[in-house]
Design a protein around this ligand. Structure first.
Ligand code: DAK
Length: 257
């Protein structure tokens, strides 16, 4: 559901969420994060949606947490609001999330981007974790996910200087999937989302789950997890349809069953 702070629409089987605080470069206040996470969870339950695209505008995906709001917080007030728990709910979304990013992607914006499973960036994107310049540090996974994504040395440079990297650097670091001209980043993300939306949804969701486990588990544990997911998919109608369609040389019709 669209609100003042997020715009929501559907294109075929793709759910699209647009951050909508352009006057402050989509700074992420508590209300916006709350509405965003609620909508992600709603889309995750919506049978008509198979892939989610998360975007901002060409000037900013998001310039970080709302500094005006954060300036009022104390350690105790932040703890009592349990803001971290809201962010944690994002990593439980089972459908793929594709980030369509452009412009400032800083602090919490970078962390939000790293919550996406794939990222299409415009050439004008700037990605960074500038928290150090404010006397704080990333609070929504910046030190953890960035190190896993780009390695310790590059992450350390970004985290300790606070300086942003360009889209091309982010591509070279493996932090984004593709860089395209600013006029094309949104459509490119939708195109990718529609391609994945055609795949069997159960397989897509279990692949996402298993791939994320690779960040947490040992190889032996991860292989076991993968195997269990594999068994589960063998029991699905979609795998019968997928294999039958191959044998009959026709297009498969997947229903997510
Ligand atoms: N918060 C609030 N307002 C912001 C903002 C932000 N992060 N970023 C920009 N704005 C506002 C500006 O104040 C300005 O508002 P007006 O003055 O027009 O009222 C408007 O957006 C346009 O910005 P500028 O005039 O500054 O535009 P420029 O093009 O000159 O500069 C900039 C763009 C992105 C370089 C600059 O705005 C900037 O440095 N922004 C701050 C970037 C930043 O430091 N971001 C990191 C914030 S710390 C947590 C989860 C997450 C986090 C923490 C805790 N928990 C779960 C507890 C994350 C922390 C952060 O992200």
């Amino acid at each position: 559901m669209s609100t003042e702070l997020i715009k929501v629409k559907t294109d075929e089987q793709v759910g699209i969420i647009t951050l909508n605080r352009p006057q402050v470069l989509n700074a992420l206040n508590l209300q916006l994060i709350d509405e965003l996470v609620n909508e992600l969870e709603r889309m995750d339950q919506d049978k008509n949606i198979r892939v989610i695209v998360l975007t901002g505008n060409s000037k900013a995906f998001a310039a970080g947490a709302d500094i005006n709001e954060m300036a009022e917080e104390s350690a105790i007030s932040i703890m009592q609001k349990d803001q971290f728990a809201v962010w944690d709910r994002m990593s439980l979304i089972s459908k793929p999330i594709i980030g369509a990013i452009s412009g400032f992607t800083l602090g919490g914006g970078c962390e939000l981007m790293m919550n996406c499973d794939m990222v299409i960036a415009s050439e004008t994107t700037l990605i960074g974790q500038p928290e150090v310049k404010l006397g704080v540090m990333p609070g929504a996974g910046g030190t953890q996910r960035l190190v896993r994504a780009v390695g310790l040395r590059k992450a350390m440079e970004m985290l300790l200087t606070g300086d942003p990297i360009t889209a091309d650097q982010a591509l070279a670091y493996g932090l984004v999937n593709k860089v395209v001209p600013v006029e094309a980043y949104y459509n490119e993300a939708i195109k990718l989302a529609k391609q994945i939306a055609k795949q069997p949804p159960l397989a897509v969701q279990l692949i996402k789950k298993a791939a994320h486990k690779a960040e947490d588990l040992t190889l032996t544990e991860g292989m076991q997890y993968e195997r269990n997911c594999f068994y589960l998919l063998l029991a699905s109608e979609d795998r019968k349809e997928g294999m039958q369609a191959f044998i009959e040389k026709r297009k498969a019709h997947f229903q997510g069953k």
